[in-house]
Structures are given as C-alpha cells and as structure tokens.
Write a protein that binds this ligand. Structure first.
Ligand code: SAM
Length: 286
C-alpha cells in the first residue's frame, strides 16, 4: 500500500483495526511523504541487500524498503499492528514481519537464516525511548552488516555524531566511533510525524568498519572507563573516574599521569587513543 503518509488513510486503518497510539512504545509515525524514500535510498535498500527494519508502525518505511531491497525482515513489538501490516504489505512477497522486542531477537541467527548470500543493512525510524540501547546492541554485537541508517531525536543525533574531541561528545560518541564512521544525513522536522513529538529529529548513518580501527586490550573495561569518564561531563577526568569507578583518587591520578595527561584534563578534551591509554594504565593499577 503506497499512500501510508495520507492521514485519512491512516485514520481509516486505525478505526478498522481498533488501533490507538502507544506513547510508551514511542509510536510517532512518519507522515511526510519525502522522508521514507530518502531513508530507503541512502540506507542501502537495493537489489543486493537484505534489510532489517526495527519498528514498522503501519509499514510506511517497510513499503519503501520492500520496493527496493532484495528482502526485508521487520521487527515490531506491538502485536496490535500485525493485522494492519498484513493489509498494508500484502502486495510484497519479500517481507517478513517478526512480532518481537528487538532487544530479545538473536540477530546473528536471524541474519544467518534470512539473508544467506546477501549484504545486510539496518534501516529504522527508532522508538526514541530505547535509541541508545538499540544502536549499541547493533554495534557491539559485531553483526555482519555494512550500514545502520536510523532516525533519532536531533539532540541524540548531535551527540552520536559529535567530533572527537569536542564539548558535544559523550560516552556514546566514543562507542559509535570505536565501531563505525557516524554522520548526520539530514534533518526531519517534528511536523513530519503523527502524533507530532516535542522535538525535531534527524537521520544518522553508521558505516561499520571492515577492520577494527581501535583495539582496546580489554574492551569491556575500556567502555566501563569511558562511561565513568563521561558520567559527570564538566568535571575533570580524575574526579569523574574516581567517582564513577569508586576508585582511590591517588591511583586514578597516577594512572592519568602515566597516560601522559594533565590532572586538570576534562574527558571532552580526549581522543579515543588517549582514553584507551588511560584504561590500560588504570587496569594495571586498580
Ligand atoms: N517505522 C514507523 C514509521 O516510521 O512511521 C514507526 C516508527 S515509531 C517511531 C517506532 C516503532 O517501533 C513503533 O511501531 C513501535 O511499536 C516500535 N517499537 C517500540 N519498541 C520496540 C521494540 N523494543 N522492539 C521492536 N519494535 C519496537
């Protein structure tokens, strides 16, 4: 079904199936007709790609993906949407809907079973209440995918794609840069959604690296240090680390000095390499 950005078509579907929006599931559906074709095209939906979509709504983006991609597997948590999707996607035989919480799906297994011999990308208008957990899961799982193209709240997009080092960066910026090359593709105004949220959005893309650019000696500990470093962003690195890791201030100070940094340095002034050095020094002393 092609006219899923038409508000009267959506209202008719809702009435027929007795559907109403769930705020807790982050249901803001796209009604601006120019956005989904753009996400599909920039998100690698083509005849060589299998696409994983997260959160279908009534299938407005799913339609655009199905027109272009070899296959689409879409994961939607809300079972009330399944009968609607049966109707709106009925013309496509290359779409499979999985009625599940994306955080509970084994994506390695899904890719192996559903996308044999295909390149794989992820495209989505993400539910905003779990934007970061979903993005981190997609990256940390080291899935065999080439790009993740997702709509997020503008503020989240700025943080995710911030320069390193810069005042805008946070723990999530370090994490996405560790695994991928992030960039903002385009902005989307709040009026493009139904219901309209209180903030604007943007579409961001993460190109996963073929080879590791960064190799932390202990990845788990490195990310623990990064989270602690940015937990109190405007404090000095040493104060944030000793509070965030419940570590002795003297130990932290000497680790930071051994990493070649001043005790007055703030986390937002550091590169990923410097953060890795701090983690290594801390590990050997804590
Ligand atoms: N793609 C549609 C669009 O652009 O109009 C809907 C996007 S809406 C922002 C987010 C969608 O994600 C909703 O359909 C919601 O039910 C679904 N969702 C929320 N939490 C989810 C989860 N944990 N796993 C899978 N889908 C989820």
């Amino acid at each position: 079904m092609d006219n899923l950005t038409n508000i009267s078509v959506i209202k008719e579907l809702f009435e027929k199936h007795g559907f109403s929006f769930s705020k807790t599931l982050g249901q803001n559906f796209l009604v601006n007709p120019s956005v989904c074709p753009k996400i599909a095209e920039l998100g690698m939906a083509d005849s060589e790609h299998g696409i994983i979509e997260i959160g279908t709504g009534v299938g407005v983006l799913t339609n655009e993906l199905a027109k272009r991609a070899k296959k689409v597997v879409a994961i939607e948590i809300d079972d009330r949407l399944i009968p609607i999707l049966d109707e709106t996607l009925s013309e496509y035989d290359n779409v499979k809907i999985i009625n599940e919480d994306v955080m509970k799906v084994n994506l390695h297994k899904l890719i192996e079973e559903e996308f044999k011999d295909m390149k794989v990308s992820v495209c989505a208008n993400l539910p905003y209440y779990i934007t970061s957990p979903i993005i981190m899961m997609l990256l940390e799982e080291r899935l065999p995918i080439d790009t993740v193209t997702v709509m997020v709240q503008k503020e989240a997009g700025t943080r995710l794609c911030a320069k390193i080092p810069s005042r805008d960066m946070g723990a999530v910026t370090v994490a996405v840069n560790y695994f991928s090359e992030p960039k903002v593709l385009f902005n989307v105004s709040r009026g493009s959604f139904m219901p309209s949220p209180n903030v604007d959005s943007c579409v961001v893309q993460f190109k996963l690296r073929d080879e590791n650019k960064y190799n932390a000696s202990d990845e788990k500990f490195f990310f623990k240090v990064v989270r602690a470093a940015f937990s109190q962003r405007r404090k000095t690195l040493t104060n944030s680390l000793s509070a965030g890791l419940s570590a002795d201030k003297q130990h932290v100070n000497s680790a930071v000095e051994r990493a070649g940094l001043a005790l007055t340095v703030r986390p937002e002034q550091l590169t990923i390499e410097q953060l890795m050095r701090v983690a290594d020094e801390l590990k050997s002393s804590i």
